[in-house]
Design a protein around this ligand. Structure first.
Ligand SMILES: Cc1cc2nc3c(=O)[nH]c(=O)nc-3n(C[C@H](O)[C@H](O)[C@H](O)COP(=O)(O)OP(=O)(O)OC[C@H]3O[C@@H](n4cnc5c(N)ncnc54)[C@H](O)[C@@H]3O)c2cc1C
Length: 328
């Protein structure tokens, strides 16, 4: 019997799914809801999801997807993404590669962390060992990989100050080590973040080398406690993506949104935080569309009232029915 194009597509998809199931067993899922893997607790299903527990599995998943032309995204902590209600076509790779290694250099210590390591847990681990340099990350959610891509930072520190080099998988080329300089870090920016407005497939961070310096544990603990207290005082709890927009030059995005009168403004199950207007909180079972509508409301109000066009810090991923927002 002759098969038409649709049947062939289904057959190819089934073959791909069978291959992934063979390799990843119960860590491969079809139509897996993604809301549970994101800090905003919204988003539809991934057509396919694979959970990887180390760098070898991460590489296997990417290479399988790349070889079969399956579009893929990496999900770390899901704390800097907004997943569409319609979900994500292709493969989502949930990165739980959590290996950490410390090496004394004579001057200090180099920590090599796999990209799925939780950043705040790593910061705590370093503090307990009396290693300074990453305590700024003590309450920054997400993974090392997400932080390398977005040059995450807080309290005057960031990945740019901490990272020596990253091992990256590149489509078509394979492994390459990027020095700090080659990542071209800027405010919440790297050459990897820039790829968010380019067609996939994207490069994937496998691990990072961080430079740490011995410091007394009690000094590090006191510093970290100060950072945690400051965050509690200034930022809301609950389900959110953290700062929605980047701070434009000479302004704070939160201040502009507040000045536009939008603190407390609600659409559906989400509202703009009363405590910090750059945080959009899902407190009543919001849809991703509720949050996207809040983004549009804030962006338009700030432009109309202050002539400032805000840039998203958060990435919109999946099927939004449009090409997405530009992230500079
Ligand atoms: C309550 C709250 C507070 C926050 N506070 C801060 C803060 O103080 N400072 C700050 O900088 N950020 C903050 N954030 C944002 C977020 O924590 C960071 O951006 C974090 O580094 C994102 O990491 P992630 O693993 O969650 O990335 P994800 O959200 O999973 O992914 C973000 C992007 O990176 C890509 N990515 C993830 N891992 C890899 C990888 N291994 N290789 C290639 N691409 C990858 C994804 O595909 C996606 O494009 C906050 C977020 C929340 C929810």
């Amino acid at each position: 019997m002759e098969s038409n194009g649709m049947e062939l597509e289904t057959t190819v998809l089934e073959a791909i799914q069978m291959r992934f199931r063979d390799v990843f067993d119960e860590n491969f899922r079809v139509n897996e809801p993604l809301d549970r893997y994101t800090s905003a607790r919204v988003g539809g299903p991934a057509e396919m999801l694979v959970i990887v527990n180390n760098t070898t599995e991460l590489l296997t998943a990417i290479e399988l997807a790349y070889a079969q032309n399956v579009p893929y995204i990496i999900l770390g902590g899901g704390s800097n993404v907004l997943v569409a209600d319609k979900g994500v076509p292709g493969l989502a790779i949930l990165n739980k590669a959590k290996g950490v290694n410390f090496r004394h250099t004579g001057y200090g210590v180099v920590c090599t962390a796999e990209s799925g390591v939780n950043l705040s847990s790593l910061a705590r681990q370093c503090i307990v060992k009396g290693l300074g340099g990453i305590e700024w990350a003590v309450s920054v959610p997400g993974t090392v990989g997400g932080a390398v891509v977005g040059n995450s930072g807080a309290h005057g520190g960031d990945m740019n100050n901490t990272l020596l080099a990253a091992t990256v998988w590149e489509p078509g080329t394979g492994l390459r080590i990027y020095s700090n300089e080659e990542l071209e870090y800027g405010y919440r920016y790297s050459i990897l973040k820039k790829e968010q407005i380019e067609p996939r497939p994207r490069r994937v961070v496998l691990s990072a080398e961080l430079e740490l310096k011995p410091e007394p544990v009690e000094v590090l603990v006191a510093r970290a406690d100060g950072f945690i207290a400051h965050r509690k005082q200034t930022q809301p709890g609950g389900a959110s993506t953290g700062s929605m927009f980047k701070n434009p030059e000479n302004y704070y995005a939160g201040y502009l949104i507040e000045a536009a009168g939008l603190k407390g403004f609600r659409i559906g199950g989400a509202h703009i935080s009363e405590k910090h207007a750059n945080f959009f909180v899902n407190d009543q079972g919001a849809s991703a569309e509720d949050i996207r509508s809040l983004i549009a409301e804030a962006w338009n109000a700030v432009r109309e009232q202050f002539g400032v066009e805000l840039d998203l810090e958060v990435e919109l991923i999946g099927d939004w029915g449009f090409d997405g927002y530009e992230t500079k």
